[in-house]
Design a protein around this ligand. Structure first.
Ligand SMILES: Cc1cc2nc3c(=O)[nH]c(=O)nc-3n(C[C@H](O)[C@H](O)[C@H](O)COP(=O)(O)O)c2cc1C
Length: 382
């Protein structure tokens, strides 16, 4: 019996014994199962992950800010588009490969930066990096990782970017950027939309202290800790210039939601735009990333790649985002649930499922390559 089964077993025993119900609040051990997953739907993974994660870690990862309108809107936005098929047109099987900023990807989907992975699986960011690399795609390491820059770089032997939450102290910021460059990361993702710790009411209700739990997870792992420093709050274009200069790497601006900001980013030499509302985790009331994507793509005019995340759960979602002009999309929670349930093999199962689903969407549309997916294959229905 692996540890996952043990956890599930303990849960069902407690449910059967009302006298012990308060014991159900005891923290579950961090999952450590390493196994391929049989995935029917990536949507189902969240519920399965909930069973192996403690209430605090699960609520932290799954929930969103405020009333969670943006979190729900991220999914609803995909339901407002339908795919226009074109049968008897494509080759079998379609080629899913693409290249973003010189990195060759096996599919136009990659791993978004996700902090605190040590709360989700014992292998933490290292397992995520291994699973992402084995899937042939790009790993974005979070600046709030539970493992060191060097350990994650060593595990991500394929394409890798480092995401920075800019430290307040310029010296520390410089050292993170230089370490990332030296470790082989080929771009810096600058997240601009996380100006506070988010406002998850669901998390607040649990009383779970993410910072303390991360420090404990880090200490328990015995591995070198992740990068950590008080972050700079007021951000500006001078910070973009600082990151460009000190890292010597292309900068991806993550969190862009307006055409105007995208245009200014290009004027400031940004190498790619990541349209994102942080998976609905920061400011509730922001629009769905998919909703604003077409306007941003138009403003960018092909000058730099446009990436997108927030709400991708299916291959047809990937297809719709690409049809609306994204060059590639990132997944956050689906990859995280794969990690929780199966470590690096679970992450690989998530990507395998996305490959299958995207393949069938492309076959229905009759497109051979991802760069042929365009606006003629989708229609807005509401
Ligand atoms: C638990 C968790 C931690 C995250 N940590 C970070 C982070 O450190 N930096 C960042 O830029 N985005 C972070 N994100 C946001 C993701 O990069 C991404 O924007 C979002 O998860 C995409 O939405 P999705 O989860 O619906 O796929 C985090 C998301 C989750 C779920």
């Amino acid at each position: 019996m692996d540890r996952r089964e043990l956890c599930l077993g303990a849960g069902s025993v407690l449910a059967a014994l009302p006298a012990l119900a308060s014991a159900a609040a005891l923290p579950l051990p961090t999952p450590s199962a390493v196994t391929a997953l049989k995935i029917t739907s990536l949507i189902d993974l969240e519920e399965q992950a909930q069973k192996v994660l403690g209430e605090g870690p699960f609520t932290f990862a799954a929930h969103g800010s405020g009333a969670e309108w943006t979190l729900r809107e991220n999914r609803r936005a995909f339901e407002r588009y339908e795919i226009i098929p074109d049968y008897l047109a494509g080759r079998n099987p379609p080629d899913l490969r693409t290249t973003i900023l010189g990195s060759a990807l096996s599919l136009p989907v990659f791993t978004a930066p996700i902090g605190a992975q040590g709360l989700i699986h014992a292998s933490a960011d290292v397992g995520m990096a291994q699973g992402t690399t084995a899937s042939g795609t790009l790993m974005t390491m979070s600046g709030a990782a539970t493992r060191s820059i060097e350990d994650v770089a060593a595990a991500a032997t394929g394409p890798k970017w480092f995401k920075i939450y800019l430290p307040q102290d310029r010296g520390i910021a410089r050292s993170f950027l230089q370490r990332a460059h030296a470790a082989g990361f080929t771009a810096i993702v600058f997240t601009i939309d996380a100006l506070g710790s988010g406002n998850s009411e669901a998390l607040a209700r649990t009383g779970f202290d993410v910072g303390k739990a991360m420090a404990e997870a880090s200490a328990k792992s015995g591995a070198a800790p992740g990068p950590s420093a008080p972050t700079k709050r007021g951000l500006g274009w001078d910070d973009v210039a600082f990151i460009q200069k000190e890292s010597g790497l292309p900068v991806v601006l993550k969190g862009v939601l307006t055409p105007d900001l995208a245009k200014r980013a290009i004027e400031h030499g940004v190498a790619a735009i990541q349209v994102s509302n942080h998976g609905g985790r920061q400011t509730d009331g922001l629009p769905a990333a998919l909703e604003v994507l077409p306007g941003i793509v138009e403003a960018v005019g092909g000058k730099v790649p446009v990436l997108m995340d927030s709400g991708i759960r299916r291959g047809v979602d990937v297809f719709k985002a690409l049809a609306l002009g994204a060059n590639a999309v990132a997944v956050g929670r689906p990859a995280l649930w794969g990690l929780a349930l199966g470590g690096h093999l679970g992450v690989q199962s998530v990507y395998d499922r996305l490959k299958q689903e995207l393949t069938s969407a492309m076959q229905a549309a009759g497109v051979d390559r991802v760069d042929q997916i365009n606006a003629k294959y989708v229609r807005k229905i509401a």
